[in-house]
Design a protein around this ligand. Sequence first.
Ligand SMILES: [Zn+2]
Length: 113
Amino acid sequence: MPSVIYKGKAHPYRENQIPTLSDAESKRQFVKVRCTPCKITRYFRPLDIERLLQENLHVLNLQRKFRCDRCGSKDHMVVEFRTLVAAEMVGLVVRELVDVKTVRRPVWRDRKM
Ligand SMILES: [Zn+2]
């Protein structure tokens, strides 16, 4: 299980050995995301996450990219790439990316004349 306290960059040689989203996709793995206190686990497809983030991040850099649906925190999310055997796939719910919407939000400032 990857460390959730990975904060910086490892040596480039080591950094290149950490599996990325593309690596996971080519191995037909899933991105497993779990909020430890809420005990909620979600499975995603690596390509969906790569499409959303527009980066091929490695697994340790994904740790703080997810937010829990229940508690809203990013602090206790554990992200790992998992290879599932056929028995685990039965009834598995995978969260698929349907669309990415851009929200237009006005930004105002008061200016003294
Ligand atoms: Zn939570």
